[in-house]
Design a protein around this ligand. Structure first.
Ligand code: COA
Length: 187
């Protein structure tokens, strides 16, 4: 009997990358970017976050996979804040929303880690440190509040621009490798 699981590595070319504890610590200790604040998402952010979810899906050519609406976002994400963490980057002086990240904890035999599910910066605000501010906030929250010791994420093979950023933070692409080791680093 076939259970129907699909290997998305083949069909959508997902790559899997990880950042070890030292990298997580480095991200957490980065000085805050001036003019950019990162805070927990609130109910009032849902309409804007929904637009950014569509923006990310459109960028990744995966629009058909967005099946939630604003109400479901409010119910499923904000009501389960212990499981899913929504981070909003905003301009400090005006509160203008610049981007978002969505993260949840995962458990491996090596321990607890944080999985960065989504990261998106509004096109007009790219290249100004918004992504770095979001990653630092996720790293601080997961390392200091929940003792995570690695961060993982997936990216599409063609999105080398995103992986350039992740590699800059110290992420290693472990697609197809032994998931417990990569380049001699134990996660
Ligand atoms: C990828 C994305 C999130 C990056 O956001 P951003 O706000 O433009 O990134 P930042 O300006 O914070 O730059 C991130 C860091 O990477 C560095 N960087 C950027 N491009 C780089 C490159 N080609 N090589 C090395 N480092 C690079 C920056 O210098 C910065 O480092 P610093 O904080 O030490 O100065 C944004 O371009 C985006 O939303 N893209 C579309 C959606 C997407 O691809 N999401 C990811 C899906 S997996």
């Amino acid at each position: 009997m076939q259970l129907g699981f699909e290997d998305l590595t083949q069909t959508e070319e997902w790559h899997f990358a990880r950042l070890d504890r030292d990298g997580l610590q480095n991200l957490a200790e980065r000085p805050a970017k001036s003019g950019i604040a990162v805070r927990a998402g609130a109910e009032s952010d849902c309409a804007e976050v929904m637009k950014m979810i569509h923006g990310l899906a459109s960028f990744e050519k995966l629009q058909a996979q967005v099946r939630i609406n604003e109400d479901q976002l409010r119910r499923d994400i904000l009501a389960s804040a212990n499981l899913l963490k929504l981070f909003i980057a905003e301009r400090s002086n005006s509160g203008e929303i610049l981007g978002y990240a969505l993260a949840f904890d995962e458990f491996w035999p090596s321990g607890r880690g944080v999985c960065l599910e989504d990261v998106f910066v509004q096109p007009a605000h790219r290249g100004k440190g918004v992504c770095s501010a979001l990653f630092s906030a996720v790293a601080r929250d997961s390392l200091y509040n929940r003792r995570c010791h690695f961060m993982s994420l997936c990216y599409l093979a063609w999105n080398s621009a995103a992986f350039d950023v992740y590699r800059h933070y110290g992420f290693v692409d472990i697609t197809g490798s032994d998931s417990s080791k990569s380049n001699g680093r134990i996660f």
